[in-house]
Write a protein that binds this ligand. Sequence first.
Ligand code: AMP
Length: 137
Amino acid sequence: MAYDNQNIFARILRGELPAIKVYEDDQVLAFMDIMPQADGHTLVIPKTAAVTLLDLPAENAAYTIQIVQKIARAMEKGLGVEGIVLMQLSGTAAGQTVPHVHFHLIPSSVHELGKHAIQMGDQEKIAALAEKIKAAL
Ligand code: AMP
C-alpha cells in the first residue's frame, strides 16, 4: 500500500494534530494512545514514512525497538507495572487502523486487555500517566 501523507500519525509528526508526547528524537516519537486498552497505553512510531513493519527499513526497525525497550523500562519504573504487552498490527487484515507503522506498549496482561481503538480515554488521566513515564525516562 502507498504511504498516505495525510494519515493521523503523519499529521502528528508534522505538528498538525496534538499528541501527549513522552519521548521524541530525530528518528522516533512516543506518545499516549487516545483510546487506551489499559492505563498507560503508549505508541512508539518511527519517523520514517512506512505503512507496515514490513515496509520499514531494517535499521529503522532496529532503532525503533531500542526506543520501545527504553519506553517499556520507563513504564515499568514510572507506572509501577511489571508486564507490558507489545503489540504490532501489520496490515488492515490484522486490524491496523492507522497506516503508519507503530508499536503498542500496553501495561496489562493479554488476558485483561480492553477493546482495540473503541473508546476515548480520559485525556487528563492520560496526561498524568504520561508525566509519570517521562519522569522515569
Ligand atoms: P492500529 O489499529 O494498530 O493502527 O492502532 C492505532 C492506534 O492509534 C489505536 O490504538 C488508536 O486508539 C490510536 N489513535 C488513533 N488516533 C490517535 C490519535 N490522534 N492520538 C493518539 N492515538 C491515536
